[in-house]
Design a protein around this ligand. Structure first.
Ligand SMILES: NC(=O)c1ccc[n+]([C@@H]2O[C@H](COP(=O)([O-])OP(=O)(O)OC[C@H]3O[C@@H](n4cnc5c(N)ncnc54)[C@H](O)[C@@H]3O)[C@@H](O)[C@H]2O)c1
Length: 309
C-alpha cells in the first residue's frame, strides 16, 4: 500500500512507523511544512528498513506527490492546552488549502483524518475534496474508545481485547459513554456486574467517563503529544483498507439520518474495506444516551458553521 502523511510531527511519525512495524505500507511519502523535518523523518524511518517485517521505503514529498497514494493521512496541527476546538481557527485554512492541492494533483484514494477538531476538519475535507463520503474517514472517537477499553480492562482485571466499548459523539469535551453498549465478550457490562459484584465496588461509571475524556490531556501534560494509541487506531483503518477487511471499527463518518442526525461527521461503528466506509452501524441507544448524542452533535454542528465552505 502506498501511504501519504501530511504533517510529519509527533502523530505523523508514529503513524508512519506503526505502518512499517505492522507490515501495512510498502511506500510512504511524508510531507511537512518544515521540509527538513519531513526529510529527516524519512531518513530516520529508513534506518529501520532491515528490521521491518516487510520492506518499506520512506521519502519526503510535496502535496502534489500524494497523487498516486492509496491513503493520505492528515495529521497537521498542534494540540492546544484545553479544548481541541481551539485548533479550528488555525487549522481550517491550511487544511482547505492542501486538500485542494492534493485533489487537483489527481489523488483518487482515501483520506484518513486525525487533525483536530477531527469531526469538523473531516467534514471540511469531505466538502473541499468533493469526494464521496466513503473516501473521507475521521479517526473520531476510535482513540477514546480504545482508552475506555484499557481503563475498564485495568479495573476489571481482564484483557482490553475482550472488551468492546464505544465512546460516542465529538472527539472532544462533549463525548460520552453509552454504557448500554459496553460489552465483556458478549455479556453486557450490567450482566457482568451481576456475576462479579466484587469487581465493581470501585467502578464508578461517571469517573471512568471523565478519566477517558481527560486521558489525552493527562498524556499531553507530561510529554507534549499523544502518539501510540492514535497511531494504532489510524493503522487499523489503513490496514482495513489495504486488506479489504470489512472490519467494524469506530470512526467519524457523515450521518444522513442515522440517530435522526444529518450533514455532520460524528463517530459510530463503521465497516471498512478497500473502498473506505462500506456501512455505518446505528447503535440502539437508550433515551438518555440519545439525548447526550444530540447535545454533542449540536457542538459539532455549531463549529461546522465556522468553516468557510
Ligand atoms: N484525532 C485524534 O485522536 C488525535 C490524537 C492526537 C493528536 N491529534 C491531532 O493531530 C494533530 C497533530 O498533532 P501532533 O502532536 O503530531 O502535532 P505536531 O506539532 O507534533 O505535528 C504537526 C506537524 O504538522 C506540520 N504542519 C503544520 N501545518 C502543516 C501544513 N499546512 N502542511 C504540512 N505540514 C504541516 C508541523 O510542522 C508539524 O510537524 C493535531 O491537530 C492534534 O490535535 C488528534
Amino acid at each position: 500500500m502506498k501511504l501519504g502523511i501530511i504533517g510529519a510531527g509527533s502523530v505523523g511519525e508514529i503513524v508512519a512507523y506503526t505502518s512499517a512495524l505492522r507490515g501495512i505500507a510498502t511506500d510512504v511519502i511524508l510531507n511537512d511544512i518544515i521540509k527538513e523535518k519531513a526529510i529527516s523523518q524519512a531518513i530516520d524511518l529508513n534506518d529501520g528498513r532491515p528490521f521491518y517485517p516487510k520492506d518499506v521505503k520512506f521519502r519526503a514529498g510535496e502535496y502534489e506527490d500524494m497523487k498516486d497514494r492509496d491513503v493520505v493521512v492528515v495529521c497537521t496541527g498542534k494540540i492546544p492546552e484545553k479544548d481541541r476546538l481551539q485548533e479550528l481557527e488555525g487549522n481550517k485554512r491550511e487544511v482547505a488549502n492542501f486538500t485542494k492541492r492534493i485533489v487537483n494533483a489527481g489523488f483518487k484514494g482515501i483520506f484518513v483524518v486525525v487533525t483536530n477538531p477531527v469531526d469538523i476538519i473531516t467534514y471540511e475535507i469531505y466538502k473541499v475534496s468533493g469526494f464521496d463520503e466513503k473516501r473521507v474517514i475521521g479517526s473520531g472517537t476510535a482513540l477514546d474508545s480504545a482508552r475506555l477499553e484499557v481503563i475498564i480492562a485495568n479495573k476489571l482485571g481482564i484483557s482490553p481485547k475482550s472488551i468492546n466499548a464505544t465512546v460516542l459523539g465529538e472527539h472532544g469535551e462533549s463525548q460520552f459513554v453509552p454504557w448500554s453498549q459496553v460489552k465483556i465478550d458478549s455479556l453486557t457490562i450490567d450482566m457482568y456486574e451481576e456475576i462479579h459484584p466484587e469487581l465493581f465496588e470501585n467502578f464508578n461509571r461517571d469517573e471512568i467517563e471523565d478519566e477517558t475524556r481527560r486521558r489525552g490531556w493527562d498524556i499531553f501534560t507530561g510529554k507534549g503529544s499523544t502518539q501510540y494509541g492514535i497511531a494504532n487506531t489510524v493503522n487499523n483503518i489503513i490496514q482495513a483498507i489495504a486488506n479489504d477487511e470489512k472490519i467494524v471499527l469506530k470512526g467519524s463518518c457523515l450521518l444522513s439520518g442515522e440517530y435522526g442526525l444529518k450533514d455532520l461527521y460524528i463517530s459510530t461503528p463503521i465497516k471498512i474495506g478497500k473502498d473506505g466506509i462500506e456501512e455505518k452501524l446505528e447503535l440502539s441507544l437508550t433515551d438518555k444516551e440519545m439525548g447526550r448524542l444530540k447535545e454533542t452533535a449540536d457542538v459539532i454542528k455549531k463549529h461546522i458553521k465556522v468553516l468557510d465552505l
